[in-house]
Design a protein around this ligand. Structure first.
Ligand code: FPP
Length: 244
């Protein structure tokens, strides 16, 4: 669907949508399948939703693919998720220029399997050469909101120790520039499929004034209609940012 034909337009349209892709395991278990089957279908859902968001004019899409806490899962499940990330990253690398996407990573890439880390850096390199008006997909891998804030605080402390920054000059805008999301607007809308009402350590700094939309639909069943519904709900919200 083209941007102009979308039901919601202009200021009511979020620039940045963030999604907690939850419910893959339950989707599979309900069908008597291994949890990994849910991740495979979930990865396809990601592809579909990313293209749709781009087509309707969303400039930034941030998805929570693997958290700093997800390493607690079985080795088999973690392996399948890493393989899927590897496969989809390879594919996206091939298609980014043709389909007008850029990819960026949020999270501690040093904790990833070396091949995936290398691929993430290559994808970054390809992306940085692409036009800035291409839709930017931020993949959160080995990501935790608290970990992101700690990494930023450590970097700032190191700059102070090196004499390039002073503790007293730190303000919200400067601190934001040390985060994985440096230079990007905060998400106006955070969508959580899977029926839970929590943030699960996602974008803790950036979500200060985000509108939250939750749905019972499990991520593998999530459709473009759900994106439309979330955007329509967002458009009806009265955002006051602490004012009246
Ligand atoms: C949460 O569902 C999902 C994950 C922890 C993994 C998400 C990974 C993918 C969708 C595949 C790879 C992604 C890309 C971007 C190609 P859950 O397993 O916690 O579900 P549950 O709450 O039902 O157990």
């Amino acid at each position: 669907m083209a941007e102009e034909s979308h039901a919601v337009a202009g200021a009511a349209m979020p620039r940045h949508i963030a999604i907690i892709m939850d419910g893959n395991g339950r989707w599979a278990t309900k069908r008597g399948l291994p949890r990994t089957a849910g991740h495979k279908v979930g990865a396809e859902t990601f592809r579909k939703i990313a293209y749709y968001c781009k087509d309707i004019g969303i400039q930034y899409l941030t998805v929570y693919a693997f958290s700093t806490e997800n390493w607690k899962r079985s080795a088999e499940e973690v392996n399948v998720i890493m393989l899927l990330l590897n496969r989809y990253l390879h594919e996206l690398m091939e298609l980014m220029a043709r389909d007008h996407f850029r990819i960026r990573f949020f999270g501690d890439l040093t904790g990833l399997p070396p091949k995936l880390e290398q691929l993430a850096h290559q994808t970054d390199d390809v992306s940085s050469a692409l036009p800035k008006d291409y839709c930017l997909v931020n993949l959160c891998i080995n990501y935790g909101g608290r970990d992101e804030i700690l990494r930023a605080a450590r970097k700032y402390a190191a700059d102070c120790a090196a004499g390039t920054r002073k503790p007293g000059e730190l303000d919200e805008s400067l601190f934001s520039s040390y985060l994985d999301s440096a230079g990007l607007p905060d998400p106006e809308l955070i969508i959580r499929p899977g029926g839970e009402f929590r943030l699960s350590n996602f974008l803790l700094w950036q979500c200060a004034y985000s509108e939250f939309y939750a749905t019972d639909t499990l991520w593998p069943d999530f459709t473009t209609d759900e994106i439309d519904k979330a955007i329509a709900a967002y458009a009806r919200r009265n955002r006051r940012f602490g004012g009246v």
